[in-house]
Every structure is written in structure tokens, then in C-alpha cells.
Design a protein around this ligand. Structure first.
Ligand SMILES: [Zn+2]
Length: 70
């Protein structure tokens, strides 16, 4: 009977830990790997979706696009 009580405590602990972990498994806002591209001016890597597109490539900001392409 002593071991049965201990078994319930262990199983209850495992169940409780699983319940606590569930909210942490929230899905990320973007699925799939993020494609990183280098800025044509300073070579800093930025996410492709956030990159500024220019005539000769992509840039991290409009300022770098303007200074690189004129
Ligand atoms: Zn840049």
C-alpha cells in the first residue's frame, strides 16, 4: 500500500509537469526557417522578408540602398 501511494505521487508529478509545459509549446509566429540575406552595403544579414529591395540587390535599410545605389 505504501508503494502504491508512492506510485500515485510519481504519476501525479509527471502529469503535473506535462500540464505546466503545455503553454510553453506555443507555435512560433512564422513557420519554417527564416531566409537571411546580406545587405549589399554593410553585409549585415537581415531576414529576407524585412530586406529593402534595390536595383543591385537587397539592403538592410533605405539609407544603405540610397547610399549604395545613389
Ligand atoms: Zn546595410
Amino acid at each position: 500500500m505504501k508503494y502504491l501511494a508512492l506510485l500515485f505521487i510519481v504519476l501525479g508529478g509527471i502529469w503535473w509537469i506535462r500540464q505546466q509545459r503545455k503553454p510553453d509549446q506555443a507555435p512560433p509566429k512564422k513557420t519554417g526557417p527564416q531566409v537571411m540575406v546580406p545587405c549589399g552595403h554593410c553585409s549585415m544579414h537581415i531576414p529576407h522578408d524585412d530586406a529593402i529591395r534595390g536595383t543591385h540587390g537587397v539592403y538592410c535599410s533605405t539609407a544603405h540602398r540610397d547610399s549604395h545605389e545613389g
